[in-house]
Design a binder for this molecule. Structure first.
Ligand code: PMP
Length: 389
């Protein structure tokens, strides 16, 4: 295909042809038996994906921000305390939404590229009775991966409901709601889940649903209110017709295809593949002499990489030069360091070929921008890593 650019931003990503074909199929009615089957199966598969055997899945038309909105609207009430483990841009957004629904948000922040220690979080948890604690699994503005297991354990010990923003992690990083004690987690279709933008996926634990069902005040958003959506999700899982708001029929057919592929690959194999692709990209970036935003490898995401620009090279030159070489990458997002780094997404159906094409385009872009390096050294490092098995 002429003029095709490889889309390697942290969402939306490159999508599998079978998923795209489902989007282009004739639209059925939302009560058609084939649609009820696809939606019911997609809900069951969503529960499996989030590793929450008794959790309540919701699949809603909207973006990842709707996932954030609906969790906050349903799990907090005016006057509640909320603790936000803030590792970047999306922690700020979570705080804004919590406050919109009347909660008092306390942020624990760290420098861009770092994350708060468990000791910092425990000290904060001692300062008030927090109704919820929120964690961004991978903050897409920094590429920092948080220790959800350790943090969730702490939050639970202090009686908080644990909410995880998994928009840049679910289906790419291991997120085990049951084993780690997570009460609500959400993602969006356009990232590692592998479906074009337009769906929010959410799973709520039994404890989370109990907190919702026993809340004393009404949910302050009509569209986000689980009272409206719970009967819909329950009916589709029972393959029974129901209506509240017209489901995004083609996106849900496409979601079911993608979830089928994800579970066919197997979650463990999929997480291992993401780690492998991530290490190959990071080996290439390091060999080129570029630093990264996350302070060390243990806290760097496997769904994306956030390389720093080398000195003398600016994003406004480099990103278009990489684009000309056939690969679309994203610039910085974190306000404090926006012009110091760029972002590569490597999730979902990402292949070795995509990784090598991306590193090749980055090298081409760097050369065009006058950066001095040994030509081929980045791709060679990735090839060496991949060849080692
Ligand atoms: N949280 C995180 C971690 C994200 O990366 C994003 C999107 N980049 C969002 C929330 C919001 O998702 P959306 O853009 O689909 O509303």
């Amino acid at each position: 295909m002429k003029n095709r650019s490889l889309l390697m931003i942290p969402g939306p990503i490159e999508f599998d042809p079978a998923v795209l074909a489902a989007l282009g199929a004739p639209t059925t009615g939302h009560l058609a038996p084939t649609f009820m089957e696809a939606f019911g199966q997609a809900l069951e598969r969503t529960r499996t994906l989030f590793q929450c055997a008794k959790g309540q899945p919701f699949v809603l038309a909207g973006t990842g921000t709707l996932g954030m909105d609906t969790v906050c609207a349903n799990l907090v009430a005016p006057g509640d305390n909320a603790l936000v483990i803030n590792t970047g841009y999306f922690g700020d957004r979570m705080g804004t939404i919590l406050e919109r629904y009347g909660a008092k948000a306390t942020h624990i922040r760290s420098a861009p590229g770092a994350h708060p220690t468990l000791a910092d979080v425990e000290a904060a948890l001692k300062t008030a009775a927090f109704k919820v604690m929120t964690i961004t699994h991978v903050d897409t503005s920094t590429g920092v991966l948080t220790d959800v297991k350790g943090l969730a354990d702490l939050g639970r010990r202090y009686g908080a409901l644990v909410i995880v923003d998994g928009v840049c992690s679910v289906a790419g990083e291991d997120l085990n709601m049951d084993a780690w004690g997570v009460d609500a987690a959400f993602t969006a279709s356009q990232k590692a889940v592998g479906v074009p933008p337009g769906l929010a996926l959410l799973v709520v634990s039994s404890r989370g649903m109990e907190a919702f069902k026993t809340r004393k005040t009404p949910v302050l958003s009509y569209y986000s209110d689980w009272s409206n959506w719970l009967p819909v999700m329950e009916a589709y899982e029972a393959r029974k017709p129901v209506y509240f708001g017209t489901p995004a029929v083609n996106l849900i057919f496409a979601l079911n295809v993608s979830l089928g592929q994800i579970l066919q690959e197997g979650l463990d194999a999929r997480f291992a593949r993401h780690i492998r692709m991530s290490r190959a990209v990071k080996a290439g970036i390091t060999a080129l002499g570029l630093g990264q935003v996350p302070q060390n490898e243990e806290i760097a995401a496997h769904t994306m990489t956030a390389p720093r620009y080398p000195s003398g090279v600016s994003g406004s030159d480099l990103i278009p030069a990489i684009g000309k070489a056939g690969v679309t990458l994203a610039g910085g997002l974190h306000a404090e360091i926006r012009n110091e780094y760029f972002r590569i997404g490597h999730m979902g159906a990402v292949t070795q070929g995509d990784v090598l094409a991306t590193l090749g385009a980055i090298e081409t872009g760097l050369a065009v921008c006058g950066y001095k390096f040994e030509s081929g050294v980045g791709t060679a490092a990735a090839v060496k890593f991949l060849a080692a098995g």
